[in-house]
Design a protein around this ligand. Structure first.
Ligand SMILES: *Cc1c(COP(=O)(O)O)cnc(C)c1O
Length: 410
């Protein structure tokens, strides 16, 4: 149990003061940004534990987002699969329909207290964009969201939502026109003026302090779930499952359980169409350590070490990098990272909708697909807790157009 011991003493104080989780993380930045990131780190440490900040975030989490989100025993799905008991942490029931509102409220509150005028960010599926536009509307900040043209077309309802909420949506027209390019574009816009703007990163990625900050704002998910699960069953779950794009919903659920050695933890990445370069986004499974967007992590790379093209049916998982803490948790073997393909995710999307009456996000459908596979191999006495990171309203037009025949609605 050597790795578990290392992890137990180490994770509590991670990242170190320079933002490293083992060898991953840090801040690989243009010189002009170094001081600004240090300022954000210092402000975060100064503000986060003040009574005023904590009280306001707690109030918004409860009365605005609707926290705590329930833990739900999915008896119909469990019966259909015929194995371990499947439970869901219902982040899909949050205001705006996903877990991202948890870190957006935190980030925008921080930006406001730092005296910033505008928040700026990338979005993949549009979930981070909508959550950020929501928090910005609420807290009276300007908001600018960069989104790839491919994703704009796929997730159009979210584009409209952002605009209704008062945000400016900037289409990204270069490269693959998806999440990585949206980050590149948002970062360029941010660099024009980082005095009055705040880059509110949408996952546990980017330079220090973002992987730490976003994790801290998301860990409420696991903290609540642990208590709720104990209340319901008298035990901890045997398994945790969450999908991993950048890794924020996963680390949000996992953090409270990292020291509970008996809890087996699974992160699920998209294997897309197949394992050829450009057809998947299975970063932890097939990547090698490298630097992207200001931090070190497992990275899908081409021969030149540049970020490789990626694909997933789920726009929110379509990223060649991954959170530095996940990279570390893979190396110390505390979390097992698995893959689910586009087709398997679509199948799970359909099964979940038809047996539970819950239409899950395509991102989340990867976690559900893996949970179904896992449950079928386990005893009914065992339990699996899945992070239901978001609802699938945003995906229904895309599904109807492209997979209507597959799920039998044509
Ligand atoms: C954005 C998103 C994800 C992927 O992002 P993580 O940072 O890996 O959590 C997963 N599920 C939903 C519903 C999302 O909107």
């Amino acid at each position: 149990m050597e790795t578990a011991t290392v992890e137990k003493t180490e994770t509590k104080k991670m990242p170190d003061t320079k933002g490293y989780f083992g060898e991953y993380g840090g801040a690989y930045l243009p010189p002009e940004l170094v001081a600004e990131m240090e300022k954000i780190t210092a402000s975060y440490h100064q503000i986060k534990d003040t009574d005023e900040f904590k009280a306001e975030l707690t109030r918004l989490n409860r009365d605005y987002t609707g926290r705590p989100s329930p833990v739900y025993h999915a008896k119909s799905l469990t019966a259909k699969v015929g194995g371990a008991q499947i439970y869901f942490k219902r982040e899909d029931l949050n205001h705006t329909g996903a877990h991202k509102i948890n870190h957006c409220l935190g980030e925008v509150l921080l930006a406001k207290q730092m005296g910033k005028k505008k928040v700026i960010a990338e979005t993949g599926a549009g979930q981070h964009g909508v959550a950020l536009a929501t928090a910005a509307a609420l807290l009276d900040m300007e908001c600018e969201i960069h989104m790839g043209e491919v994703d704009i077309e796929k997730e159009y309802p979210n584009v409209i939502r952002m605009k209704i909420l008062g945000a400016k949506v900037v289409p990204v027209t270069f490269g693959l026109k998806t999440l990585k390019e949206a980050v590149d574009s948002a970062f360029m816009a941010y660099m024009q003026d980082f005095e009055t703007q705040f880059y509110a990163i949408g996952s546990v990625v980017g330079p220090h302090p973002f992987p730490m900050m976003v994790r801290d704002f998301q860990q409420i998910v696991g903290a609540e779930a642990k208590e709720q699960f104990l209340d319901k069953t008298g035990k901890l779950p045997d398994h945790l499952v969450a999908c991993v794009g950048g890794g924020s919903n996963a680390i949000g659920l996992f953090t409270a359980f990292l020291d509970d050695e008996k809890v087996q933890i699974h992160g699920v990445e998209p294997s897309g169409k197949d394992f050829k370069v450009g057809n998947h986004a299975a970063t932890l499974t097939l990547g090698k350590p490298g630097v992207i967007h200001g931090f070190k992590c497992y990275l899908l790379q081409d021969e030149k070490g540049e970020p490789a093209p990626v694909h997933s049916i789920a726009s929110g998982l379509d990223y060649p990098g991954v959170g530095p803490q996940h990279s570390y948790l893979k190396d110390i073997k505390r979390v097992q990272y698995e893959t689910i393909s586009d087709v398997e995710a679509i199948e799970a999307f359909s099964i979940m909708s038809k047996t539970e009456g819950i239409i899950p996000a395509l991102e989340t459908s990867h976690a559900i697909a893996y949970a179904i596979k896992l449950a079928s191999k386990l005893d009914p006495k065992e339990t699996i807790l899945v992070n239901l990171s978001g609802r699938g309203d945003k995906d229904i037009d895309f599904i109807a157009e492209n997979y209507g025949d597959v799920i039998g609605i044509d």
